[in-house]
Design a protein around this ligand. Structure first.
Ligand SMILES: C[S@@+](CC[C@H](N)C(=O)[O-])C[C@H]1O[C@@H](n2cnc3c(N)ncnc32)[C@H](O)[C@@H]1O
Length: 313
């Protein structure tokens, strides 16, 4: 049986905060996803802890003490102080196995809670995407491609460490200029066509832009603007301009519920609110949950680049 689309039964017994169409829940997503009714959600849009452990409580403590751990302080080559970034390349073999297992188990739960045909948009990075997407497929999701978010990051492009002068014409790896987002889907029931899936579950396809053009898989993006960072102080805050395009595409008929299991400061839910869609987020770290409670309505109220406004999509 497919549950109704009201968010109320999804709160269960967790501390939660509702605003507009949306609901923020202070919960571990693994636990919450195993407890709610099956097939409750239409889409997932999320930015998970890529290195799995960078959001463990001990690592967050090291980050706030400036003590490192998996968080590294980028070099200050132009007089500006930069925020710590997680070191994905620092994962050893054992941690990679753990990471894979994390995403296999998570995908099984995503298959449980999504309606058939429900899409998953999941942020990744160029080091780990092949492993993460493979694990998601192993967990039961169908790979449907990638969204390339064009954005210049600070990673990569450096000369070999401690031999910079010797190998002046060499970079260890390319300068990062994009962020890959996995696009996956809960498989449609055998023999079911997309049109049938849309009729029965309101899922299966992607919403076109208001112009009638299809959603495209390369999106010119930007680093998260300062105005958004001032509202939501989270190390992995994603920009509203990008997220609003993603959430708009995620519900093919413009109806249903979008879930962000790793909500952080609530940027995905804010994008849903801005686009007049229903969003639900879970966050297990109390400090980030508290930030999200305050930030979502303020992020949603921001006007961003014209092309991301609801009527102009
Ligand atoms: C990469 S950040 C997402 C940040 C978000 N994109 C934003 O704009 O604020 C991942 C978040 O997932 C949270 N997290 C990690 N494991 C979790 C779990 N099992 N359940 C719920 N939240 C979790 C972390 O505390 C962190 O805030």
């Amino acid at each position: 049986m497919i549950p109704t689309t009201s968010t109320e039964p999804l709160q269960l017994d967790y501390d939660a905060y509702s605003l507009g169409n949306s609901l923020l829940i202070h919960a571990d997503c693994f636990e919450w996803m195993s407890r709610i009714s099956e097939c409750s959600l239409h889409a997932i849009v999320t930015d998970p802890p890529y290195g799995v452990k960078e959001y463990d409580f001990d690592q967050l403590e090291k980050r706030s003490n400036g003590k490192g751990g998996i968080w590294r302080i980028p070099p200050s080559f132009d007089g500006h102080t930069r925020a710590p970034l997680p070191r994905f390349t620092a994962l050893n073999e054992k941690e990679r196995v753990t990471l894979r297992r994390f995403f296999v188990e998570w995908a099984k739960l995503a298959v449980r809670v999504l309606r058939p045909g429900g899409h998953v948009f999941i942020a990744s990075n160029a080091f780990l995407s092949q492993m993460v997407f493979g694990a998601l497929v192993e967990g039961g999701l169908e790979f449907r491609g990638e969204i390339i978010r064009l954005v210049r990051t600070l990673r990569g492009g450096d000369r070999p460490k401690n031999a910079e002068k010797e190998f002046i014409d060499v970079s260890s790896m390319p300068r990062g200029c994009y962020e890959p987002w996995g696009l996956l889907r809960k498989p449609l029931p055998t023999g079911m066509k997309v049109s049938d899936c849309l009729r029965r579950f309101q899922t299966g396809g992607l919403r076109r832009r208001a112009s009638g053009l299809p959603f495209e898989d390369v999106i010119e993006s930007e680093r998260t603007p300062q105005a958004e960072r001032r509202i939501a102080h989270h190390p992995s805050l994603k920009p509203q301009s990008f997220l609003r395009r993603i959430v708009q595409a995620a519900l093919p008929l413009g109806e249903g519920t979008i879930f962000d299991p790793f909500m952080g400061s609530g940027s995905t839910v804010a994008a849903c609110e801005a686009m007049k869609l229903r969003g639900i987020g879970t966050e297990r770290f109390a400090d980030y949950f508290a930030i999200a409670r305050k930030a979502v309505s303020r992020l949603a109220a921001l006007s961003v680049r014209e092309s991301t406004q609801p009527g102009l999509f």
